[in-house]
Design a protein. Structure first.
Length: 491
């Protein structure tokens, strides 16, 4: 397997390249992303789908630059795919032959079903798991949908509606909004009820751009677009406003300049499909077709799926920054035991154990930056890098558990992320469980501990001396009144 791989995606509007580096059997990092608005489909939809000479020249030049960057970054493999505009073009061979002659690599044209599949592969591996979800990828020439059930891609479809296609056929000709809507409604009639779903995962530039706008509008605590969730009921009024706005009004609505030419077209498509599919929740994906192509390549012996219980971001952080494996195993094992023993007291949902375990595995990564304030460093890494496979709520919670180690948390401490966190009482219980085991470890615990709770007393039994631990354990903040006794059989 190539250490570094470049993946190029030639869409109707933009050509993009992503460079990935493999770090272990399954873990990898994104090293670089670059795009060029080549508009390879410009003028094609009014000319029988044929790619225009100026668009071919523009695309070839950008691909040549991509190839040079990939070589300079020592990529051993280059995968290049082309989607709607190129696959629909009777003269696509002109671009393919030109690229092969000048730069020596092949462009693989994929059909709409494969395009939808690649997006779904990325989503099913790199977003939190949903029992059921439908992906929607709005491109320049087409829009792809895929239905995922329990991590399995069960159905895909490709529609001949896209932002550049709508722009050239309708928006540039000042067609009425009703005419555009009627065209879209007609095209999406082929989408059957199997794609209906409450969870809609949005892929592609249009939906990411809307997601970034909605993060600002909703005053969401995190700026990361990947995994950002919002309700369709809340968002539809803004989507309709953008779809029906004039170009001059887009700035007032918070649209960035580089999206003026296609955001209205994409919003019309997005609105229609939200309503068609009966979606209640929108999850924004920061990954899509390029990640899907790469994942299919590195996971070709695993059915394009990570193994069960493999967390990409977790493993990547451990590989990249290193953790104390022995320490992590001690914390993980004893946090799980303590959580179970105090279950009747804390009454936390079992799902709260996962963030505790992840915190135990990552709490030491900040040491690589500095011993001082290591927990603040670790919390920052978690909040800003634990992206794939975790919700925004989980990221905020894990980061907070680590950040406030051995402290009582108040409402003022968490006001920035309050919307994402559980109630203060639950939060203090999680921090207590994490902190108690961590204190024992830091003060000499190396052998297995047993916990037992009865008569308002938590007894910690061990076969080694824990003299140093007794003083900080006395001072630890407890969410409820009970005593903690360390039974180490030492006089």
């Amino acid at each position: 397997m190539a250490k570094r791989t470049a993946v190029i995606d030639i869409g109707s509007n933009s050509a993009r390249m992503a460079i990935y580096e493999k770090e272990s059997r399954f873990a990898f990092s994104l090293l670089k992303e670059i795009k060029s608005q080549v508009r390879v489909g410009e003028g094609a939809y009014e000319n029988g789908g044929n790619l225009q000479p100026f668009a071919i020249a523009r695309a070839a030049t950008a691909l040549g630059e991509f190839c040079k960057i990939a070589r300079n970054m020592k990529c051993k493999k280059l995968l290049c795919i082309a989607t709607s505009a190129v696959r629909d073009a009777p003269n696509a061979h002109l671009l393919i032959n030109e690229t092969k002659r000048r730069f020596g690599f092949n462009i693989k044209i994929i059909d709409g079903g494969k395009e939808a599949y690649y997006g779904a592969v990325a989503v099913s591996n790199m977003l939190p798991a949903y029992n059921e979800a439908t992906t929607i990828d709005i491109g320049g020439g087409s829009t792809e949908l895929a239905k995922i059930k329990n991590g399995v891609i069960v159905k895909t479809i490709s529609l001949n509606i896209g932002t550049v296609r709508l722009k050239e056929l309708f928006f540039d000709k000042k067609s009425s909004f009703d005419k555009i809507s009627d065209f879209i409604k007609k095209e999406i009639k082929v989408v059957d009820e199997e794609f209906d779903c409450e969870n809609l995962v949005g892929i592609g530039g249009t939906i990411r751009a809307l997601g970034k706008m909605f993060i600002v509008k909703s005053r969401h605590p995190l700026s990361t677009v990947h995994g950002f969730e919002y309700t369709s009921k809340w968002a539809l009024k803004y989507i309709r406003e953008i779809a029906s706005a004039s170009v001059l009004d887009l700035k007032k609505l918070g649209v960035k300049k580089d999206r003026y030419d296609t955001i209205r077209e994409g919003s019309v498509i997005f609105e229609a499909l939200i309503k068609k599919l009966g979606a209640k929740r929108i999850i924004t994906s920061g990954v899509g077709i390029r990640e899907g192509v790469y994942l299919e390549d590195i996971l070709r012996n695993n059915g394009a799926k990570f193994p069960p219980n493999f967390d990409l971001s977790l493993e990547r952080l451990k590989e990249k920054f290193g953790t104390d494996k022995k320490e992590s195993e001690f914390l993980t094992r004893h946090i799980e035991r303590l959580f179970g023993e105090l279950k009747a007291l804390h009454k936390l949902d079992d799902k709260m154990l996962r963030p505790l375990i992840v915190a135990a595995k990552l709490e030491s990564i900040g040491k690589n930056l500095s011993f001082y304030q290591e927990h603040l460093h670790s919390a920052y890494f978690v909040l800003n890098n634990l992206n794939y496979g975790f919700t925004h709520q989980e990221k905020a919670l894990i980061s907070t558990i680590i950040k406030f180690y051995n402290k009582k948390v108040t409402q003022n401490d968490i006001f920035l992320h309050e919307k994402l966190l559980p109630p203060i009482a639950e939060l203090n219980w999680l921090i207590f469980i994490f902190s108690l085991v961590k204190i024992l470890l830091e003060n000499g615990a190396t052998k297995p501990l047993t916990f037992s709770f009865s008569n308002d007393s938590l007894r910690i039994k061990t076969t080694e001396s824990l003299y140093l631990a007794k003083e900080p354990v006395k001072k630890i903040y407890k969410p409820e009144v009970f005593s903690i006794v360390i039974d180490d059989n030492q006089k």
